[in-house]
Design a protein around this ligand. Structure first.
Ligand code: CAA
Length: 262
């Protein structure tokens, strides 16, 4: 089945998912969320793919939010709650993906768009990008995880200011807040850097990468003691795996490891 509102491409070990709905600045309507979910499934099912870049098609927007036209048609708190739950569920799949997804924020990342970037494993941005949660200016609050993921990433103070004013920050301010890892002047340079990072990850032990992602994901919603239990369990899996044995033996034998992902 093809895609209408996004483009999915694979080159070498890197998949690129580009949200592509120019008439609404790549806003997430129901269909786009469905397609995003499917693209993540495709990415995780492709044996040659080590991770994905998630970006917005075009020059102007990453994703300008949930689709406000669809939101305006919703009647009643139950329907609205289900709509939030659906977006949260797709973004939870992204956050729990066993392969890393890097957001390349190439323009407006507002509301559901910033929430989408926040669900990725880490973020790069253009200096000119605008990242924000403007929901309060629509009389709403974020509904796709923004209040929680932004707070966990940048702390409650910075998150409160962004959420309560609704004002966006640019790429450099996002870097200062720890919201993005690197800032670029051109989309081309940003995508090339993200590809290089994912290629580096593709060269590491595939099982170890998956276990590290799992430790980060599961630990992020636990207290420290519980999270350390998770880490110890997964460390046990890693060290007793074929890749763990190969990696440590290769180090001692001063050669490159040959990982099999098991
Ligand atoms: N949903 C639906 N359509 C959108 C959209 C959105 N989130 N954002 C932009 N569009 C549409 C506009 O309606 C416009 O369509 P028409 O040409 O048919 O009028 C088109 O995209 C181009 O947008 P603008 O003309 O507004 O472009 P601009 O350059 O003047 O402004 C912008 C750009 C500042 C990003 C502005 O479009 C904007 O403020 N968009 C809305 C951002 C927003 O509030 N996002 C949060 C949504 S709520 C949410 O996400 C809830 C949640 O947490 C789940």
């Amino acid at each position: 089945m093809g895609y209408e509102n996004l483009r999915y491409e694979v080159e070498g070990p890197v998949a690129t998912i580009a949200i592509d709905r120019p008439k609404a600045l790549n806003a997430l309507d129901e269909r786009t969320l469905d397609e995003l979910e499917r693209a993540l499934e495709d990415m995780n099912a492709a044996p040659e793919v080590a991770g994905a870049i998630l970006t917005g098609a075009g020059e102007k927007a990453f994703v300008a939010g949930a689709d406000i036209r669809q939101l305006a048609e919703v009647r009643g708190a139950d329907v609205a709650r289900r709509l939030a739950r659906r977006g949260q569920a797709v973004l939870a799949k992204l956050s729990a993906s066993p392969r890393p997804v890097v957001a390349c924020v190439n323009g407006y990342a507002l509301g559901g768009g910033l929430e989408l970037a926040l669900a990725c494993h880490f973020r790069y941005a253009l200096a000119k990008a605008k990242l924000g949660l403007p929901e309060v200016s629509l009389g709403l609050i974020p509904g796709y995880g923004g209040t929680q993921r932004l707070m966990r990433l940048v702390g409650r103070g910075a998150a409160s200011e962004m959420i309560l004013t609704g004002d966006p920050v640019d790429g450099n301010e996002a870097l200062r807040l720890g919201l993005v890892n690197q800032v670029f002047e051109s989309k081309e340079a940003m995508l090339a850097a993200a590809r290089k990072t994912l290629e580096t990850i593709a060269g590491r032990g595939p099982l170890a990468v998956r276990l590290a992602l799992e430790a980060l994901e599961r630990g992020s919603s636990l207290d420290l003691a519980g999270a350390l239990d998770v880490e110890a369990d997964l460390f046990g899996v890693a060290l007793s795996s074929a890749d763990g044995a190969e990696g440590t033996r290769a180090f001692l034998e001063k050669r490159k490891p040959e990982f099999t992902g098991s």
